[in-house]
Design a protein around this ligand. Structure first.
Ligand code: SF4
Length: 329
């Protein structure tokens, strides 16, 4: 399977200016390790999920992949070319192929523009040679594709005339209209009603198949990942701790953090009403360890060896995990 995107050992540290530690040693510089050596591959035409809790570095990675910010080190390879340091025309070309769907459909659409003009914007930027007729045909076709029908009527509406789900469909249409090869969807349904999340994810999945678009779906919600994902990578404190085909990882989670995420999914069944959930985690509020395994402070199975840093290694076919529990003797 060809990889459309490869993230290679990417690091991004942000300086911490008002840490309590800076009062202890004011001259020493402190950093938050948002990404601490992240590597992952995104196969073409598939939906790859990146799951992790808030603050784990997911959105920083999305911004680096889109070249909104630069990594401190490491590389981003798109379709076989290293785009990490691209500028000018090369960067512009890359952005034509890599689009983003944002989390908040309320703030990501300009309230003063009609849907037609919102979707036309990327065409105006990247395909200036299109005629007016071509632009109109593309916009109406993409509105049909995201199920905003009749498309002619929706094209004339303003964002305030739409529901949250309809706005997010407009945002999807805007990303799709220039036919990118990669879409990065950063928590695209987290601000929507639970009842319409599945519909939106289904649309993204269908479009990925029908248009052969690769989707990188970023979420904190393991439950929605199942709807849409083919592969999954689990991130904790700026590191990938487990990855593989989604069915394999979710049916046989190896890393204690993935196991805890799965334990935390609530199943709204009547027979579960009085059941107390057991989540395999200790010290819920503890922060990631500074050295060694970052999950050390919360892991119920931590051992002396975990004060060293585990590598992400292959444990089963296509199933990688970074944990000393699976160390071969
Ligand atoms: Fe737990 Fe050790 Fe595995 Fe880290 S390496 S997840 S502390 S068992």
């Amino acid at each position: 399977m060809k990889n459309i995107l490869e993230v290679q050992d990417v690091k991004k540290y942000f300086p911490v200016t008002k840490s309590i530690l800076s009062f202890v040693s004011p001259r020493k510089k402190y950093y938050k390790k948002a990404l601490d050596g992240v590597s992952l591959n995104i196969p073409e035409g598939r939906v790859s999920v990146l799951v992790g809790e808030s603050g784990s570095g997911k959105s920083t990675l999305a911004r680096i992949i889109l070249r909104a910010i630069d990594p401190d080190s490491g590389s981003i390879i798109f379709n076989g070319s290293n785009i990490t340091n691209n500028n000018g025309k090369d960067l512009w070309n890359y952005r034509k192929h890599a689009q983003m769907i944002h989390q908040d459909p309320y703030s990501s659409l300009n309230p003063l523009m009609k849907v037609f003009d919102i979707i036309k914007e990327p065409i105006d930027i990247f395909y200036k040679n299109y005629s007016n007729e071509e632009r109109t045909n593309k916009i109406l076709a993409v509105l049909d594709d995201v199920n905003l029908k009749p498309s002619v009527e929706f094209a004339e509406k303003y964002p305030h005339m739409l529901s949250g789900g309809e706005r997010q469909r407009v945002a999807i249409a805007r990303s799709l209209v220039i036919e990118p090869r990669l879409i990065i969807a950063d928590e695209p349904v987290s601000m929507l009603d639970v009842s319409i999340r599945a519909q939106i994810l289904q649309i993204v999945k269908q479009l990925s198949v029908s248009r052969n678009i690769t989707v990188f779906y970023i979420t904190h919600d393991l439950a929605t990942s199942r709807y849409i994902g083919d592969e999954i990578s689990v991130m904790y404190a700026g590191k990938i701790v487990e990855s593989g085909p989604i069915d394999t990882v979710l049916s046989n989670p190896l890393h204690p953090y993935t196991q805890a995420l799965l334990d935390a999914i609530s199943e709204p069944k009547f027979e579960n009403i009085d059941k107390q959930k057991v989540i395999r985690i200790k010290n819920f509020d503890s922060i990631p360890a500074e050295s060694g395994c970052k999950f050390f402070n919360r892991c119920p199975y931590s051992m002396e060896i975990c004060k060293k840093e585990p590598e992400l290694e292959r444990k089963e076919t296509n199933h990688d995990v970074s944990c000393f529990l699976y160390e071969k003797n």
